[in-house]
Each structure stands twice: as C-alpha cells, then as structure tokens.
Write a protein that binds this ligand. Structure first.
Ligand SMILES: Cc1ncc(COP(=O)(O)O)c(C=O)c1O
Length: 422
C-alpha cells in the first residue's frame, strides 16, 4: 500500500481550460447517460478542431501525390508535406528538416532503426541495452534484431512499485559490449519521467548509439533533441492531438547519412535498373511509397495547436493532474496499490483496487462515463516483474480537469461498493 501524500488543492477549470475544451467537440457528450470523462490519453488523445479542419481543407483543396507531379495540386501537396517536416524539425529543435523521417508512428520508427541501423551495426556478441519499463514497441524490434544478429539484450532494472530506474547499475551494464541503448522518456504505465539527457550523455561517452521513445512525452513537454543528445527519437502523432497513422523518427544527420534503406519502393530511389538501384539521401531514402500526406498536414496543425498553448504549460498541467490524482487515490479508504513515483510523475496514474480485477474496474467505470484502460499496457515484462497481470490506468491531457478527477475517485468508491469491498 502506498504512503499518503498531502492532497493538492483542486484547481477549478480556468477560462482557458473551458476554451480548450470547446476545441474538442468529442468531449461534450454523454456516455451511458453520464458526461464523458476521457482518461485514456496515453492510448490516444482527442483531436482539436484546427487539426480536423486542416485535414478537411487538405482533402477539399490540395489533395494530390507528393514529389512526383508538376501540376499545381501536386506542388501544393508537396509544399504542405515538406512544410510539416520543417515544422517537426522545429518542434524538437532538430538542426535540419533532413533529420525528420515520417513514419506511421513510434512503433514503425523503432522498427526502422532496428532494421536499417541495426542490420549494419549490431553483430554477434554485441549487446542492446533497454530498460525494464519499455513498451513492447521498444522491446520486440530489438528481440528480432538480436535473434538475427546473434546479439544479447540487457535490461536496466526498475526499482519496484515506485517505478524508478536503478541508475546505479547503468555504467556497469553499458560496459558490457553495448552498441545501442534504447529508453523510454515517459513510462506509459508508471508515469516515470526518465532523465534522458543524462542517460544519453553517459552512453555517448562510451560511443554508444542512443534511441529515445518519446511516444508519451512529445506532446506533453518541450523536447530539444540537441539538448537530449540522442541519436534517434521516435514519437506518434495520434498521442499529441494529431491524426493516427503518422509519426516522426528523428535521426542525427551523421547517423542517417550512413544508414542503409529500410523499405524499398518508389520515392526512395535515385535510379533503378533491372539489377541495381541507388538511393536518395536522408530522409527520403527511408520513406518508400506514397506517404501519409494528410497525416503530416494534420500533425503540422497539431504541433501548431500545442505550441499555441505552450508545452511548458501543458507539462505543468499534466504534472498537477498526475500529482492530484495520485494524492486523491492515496486517500481512498479501501486498499489501493499505486504504481510509479510519488513525486515528479507524468499525468497518469496506474493502480489496482484490492480484490477487484483491473478489467472489472474499467468495465464498471465505463458505465459511469469514465474512459480508463485496464491491462498490461504493452508492458508485460514490467507487469511480471511487479507481480501483477494488469493495472487500471487513468491518463490525462490538456483538456482534463481536477473536477473530472474528483468524479473519477467518487466512481472508484462506487466500484468498491459494487464489488462489496467496503
Ligand atoms: C511508451 C510507448 N512507446 C511506444 C508506443 C507505441 O506507439 P504507437 O502505437 O503509436 O506506435 C506507446 C503506445 O502506447 C507507448 O506508450
């Protein structure tokens, strides 16, 4: 059972909060006769009007294939697609738009690195270092690579329910023929915010390549890849107000230049003959086939939207909601097991109510209009380490309020009553 931190005072939704919610019409609805409380933002976020509007405008005015045509619409679509790339570079302070590869999302970005970079650089006997809190997307691609290459996977341990990395073990692990260190920035089930700049610096000193999984952080806080000092960083548009099907892989230019292609096809070649082809330079070498053009346009609008609010502001709001929810849950009279750090957590809480399965919590919460997630959250190895099969998770974003958290805690009380736990 957790300790009981002091409960921060509830913040009333500000005018700004109310105005923000107006940009998300989906939030204004009843589910099972109750006002919707959407707390499944770590899975995917809702989309504000400017993003939906950008998609509509693109399909109604500019739609054509990119890079191939000479006609007006193709030029417009190409300009919009490349403008999104430049915007993504600015969003994470990459030195050049050439460091931005459009992908389907974080998962594809990591697979791209595992296949293209990994097949060239990982040899038999080498090691790949991960942490025990990685999402399956940042484990399975490395397992596939390790099997192909005869390499080993090593894991930086997590310290139990409190969910911090055991940093005292890092230097020892890095010294074991590690060629790549891949780590999550924010854990999707613990809410831990990892010190990625420090982790990357410690790896870089030993010449180790680094990858940051920014799926849970890119839309939630400012990210500066030059400050982080990573070689690769991957994120998904749909977790930051953008459309599904589009994501970004940042790769440091010096690394991308020497990386072989990922997939073959149109768009990525300079010339093709029957037996041999030559490749474009990065990033186009890594974008075979027609890309998700409208997705890039929508992502551009999402980045503008988030920066219009200010990612520092969003990070502060997230952290306030995370701390408030953690403190409120700690006060529940009945047994609750809370996962992740007590302080300095991201805007999500993972928990188990005593004697009630996480899926039951989520199913009954849905009847009260509260959208949670229950399961292993694609963190099966971590769950096993913590000795649980699953947890229930509430994850917040810029449009959520402390009033919603109060209602959510009330609903958990109802659930405890329903299952006879009090
Ligand atoms: C930490 C983390 N990494 C990777 C992913 C995978 O993201 P996607 O499914 O958008 O590729 C997720 C999704 O929940 C995540 O939380």
């Amino acid at each position: 059972m957790s300790t009981e931190p002091a409960v921060p005072a509830p913040r009333q939704p500000t005018m700004e909060g109310a105005a923000l919610r107006a940009a998300f019409p989906i939030l204004d609805q009843q589910v099972h006769g109750q006002p919707l409380i959407y707390f499944d933002n770590a899975a995917t976020t809702q989309k504000p009007r400017p993003v939906v509007e950008a998609l509509r405008h693109y399909y109604e005015r500019d739609n054509a294939n990119v890079h191939r045509g000479i006609h007006e619409l193709s030029n417009r679509a190409t300009a919009a697609f490349e403008a999104a790339r430049a915007r993504a570079a600015g969003f994470i302070n990459a030195r050049s738009a050439d460091e931005i590869i459009f992908t389907r999302g974080t998962t594809e970005g990591i697979n791209l690195v595992a296949q293209a970079w990994g097949s060239k650089h990982i040899k038999a006997g080498d090691a790949i270092l991960l942490t025990e809190m990685e999402h399956h997307s940042n484990i399975v691609p490395w397992q596939l690579l390790a099997e192909r290459a005869g390499a080993r996977l090593l894991y930086l341990p997590v310290t139990g329910d409190i969910g911090l990395l055991d940093l005292g073990r890092l230097d020892d692990l890095l010294a074991r023929r590690v060629k790549l260190f891949a780590m999550t920035h924010i854990s999707n089930s613990l809410g831990t915010i990892n010190p990625v700049a420090d982790l990357c610096a410690r790896a870089r000193r030993l010449g180790i390549t680094t990858l940051v999984d920014a799926a849970q952080s890119a839309g939630h806080r400012p990210i500066d890849v030059q400050e982080v000092g990573c070689d690769f960083l991957a994120f998904s548009g749909h977790k930051m107000c953008g459309p599904t099907g589009i994501g970004v892989l940042y790769g440091r230019q010096e690394v991308l230049e020497h990386m072989p292609p990922y997939q073959g096809g149109g768009e990525m070649i300079l010339s093709v003959d029957f037996h041999h082809s030559t490749w474009k330079h990065a990033p186009h070498r890594f974008e075979a086939g027609t890309p998700d053009i409208s997705g890039a346009v929508g992502l551009h609008a999402a980045m503008d939207y988030l920066d219009g609010i200010g990612r520092r502001h969003i990070a502060q709001h997230d952290q306030e909601l995370g701390a408030y929810a953690y403190a409120q849950l700690s006060q529940l009279k009945q047994g609750i097991r809370l996962f992740g750090p007590h302080i300095g957590r991201a805007g999500l809480v993972s928990f188990l109510l005593r004697d009630i399965h996480a899926h039951d919590v989520v199913t009954v919460a849905d009847q009260f209009g509260v959208a949670l997630r229950g399961g292993h959250h694609c963190n099966q190895p971590l769950m096993r380490k913590l000795g649980v099969e699953s947890t229930a998770r509430a994850s917040f974003y810029l449009y959520n309020t402390t009033a919603e958290i109060d209602r959510f805690v009330e609903v958990l009380g109802e659930i405890q009553k329903f299952f006879g736990a009090c």
